[in-house]
Design a protein around this ligand. Structure first.
Ligand code: PBG
Length: 321
């Protein structure tokens, strides 16, 4: 037989020689949840292995992440107070600026990315301000911009807006530029879908919407042309990197975005993607390490440059062998 693809599968060495897709720690971003307090390490039930951490504990864990070879973390804040105006989210002494300063100070050599969104800071839990029972897009923009500037002032290396308000990348870019942060990159959650896979995260960040859902701002899972349009708009407004989220149910979207724009493309392997594997593994139904590496490889194969994943630190250790 002339063609025998199995010839190149005979052993691990030859398989490695012809492997098309690499996954390495260099591409990974580890998310962390941070809240006020001291010596706090509160397990997140729906996301085994993840915790709400006080800043001192965050510094500890972030150092481990860095020492494992993961270059970046992304921070989500759980403030001690929430109100209609998301005031705690724009406070220069709020939880995220405090955490960023601590990391820059005590865990050097790590890129610190911050999530920019109102849902963690609003009492109603929506990603924008609410007026007359509706999400007020344009009123939310200056608040998001102020939050991004507060993060940059604290030393954030990259800001990552995840709110899905129209025009927020432009508003944030302008505010950063005017405040002396022309060189701070924006990683925009450009194609963020209204997904059931965020379920476990809402426990982690304590940010579920108190009324309605997010489908007037997050995207319809059925749409891919709309994702391309969202990416195009964000790039035109000044996004440096674009993200598709979730990852696994949207591999085709990652592929289309990468092929059409050829720009640095991120994928967020979200809480539900992580927790369903964890739950199956806890039952002995699936091998967590193999499943996780297969998922992350598929996301890279689809075209993602960087991957935000709750497995980042563990993956770095797995890859070391
Ligand atoms: C909103 C935000 C969410 C996630 C990241 N940023 C939740 C949401 O949109 O409801 C989800 C991440 C995950 O599920 O891992 N600030």
């Amino acid at each position: 037989m002339k063609d025998r693809p199995r010839r190149l599968r005979a052993n691990a060495l030859i398989r490695g020689l012809v492997r098309e897709t690499e996954i390495s720690a260099r591409h990974l971003v580890q998310p962390f949840f941070v809240r006020p307090g001291k010596n706090l390490r509160k397990p997140i039930k729906s996301m085994p292995g993840n915790f709400q951490l006080s800043v001192d504990q965050l510094v500890k864990d972030a150092k481990k992440t860095r020492d494992a070879g993961v270059p970046a973390v992304i921070l989500f804040g759980i403030p001690d107070r929430k109100d209609a105006a998301a005031t705690s989210g724009t406070d220069p002494d709020g939880i995220i600026p405090t955490a960023v300063k601590a990391l820059k100070d005590r865990a050097p050599g790590l890129l610190v990315i911050t999530d920019v969104c109102l849902c963690e800071y609003t009492d109603h839990g929506h990603c924008g301000l609410v007026s007359h029972g509706r999400i007020d897009n344009d009123a939310s923009l200056p608040v998001l911009a102020k939050m991004a500037v507060a993060h940059a002032e604290a030393g954030a290396d990259i800001v990552a807006p995840s709110d899905m308000m129209d025009g927020r990348v432009g508003a944030i870019r302008e505010a950063l530029d005017q405040s002396g942060f022309a060189e701070t990159p924006i990683l925009s959650y450009a194609a963020k879908y209204a997904s059931a896979f965020y379920g476990p995260f809402r426990d982690a960040a304590e940010s579920p919407p108190k009324f309605g859902d997010r489908s007037t701002y997050q995207m319809d899972p059925a749409n891919v042309l709309e994702a391309l349009r969202e990416v195009e708009l964000d790039l035109a407004e000044g996004a440096d990197m674009v993200m598709v989220k979730p990852a696994l149910p949207y591999l085709d979207v990652i592929r289309r975005v990468k092929e059409k724009f050829g720009r640095p493309t991120a994928a967020y392997c979200v809480s539900g993607e992580y927790s369903m594997v964890k739950a199956a593994a806890a039952n002995g139904w699936i091998d967590e390490k193999r499943a996780a590496l297969e998922i992350l490889t598929s996301i890279r194969r689809a075209g993602a440059d960087l991957i935000v994943t709750y497995w980042a630190t563990e993956t770095a250790a797995w890859l070391e062998r």
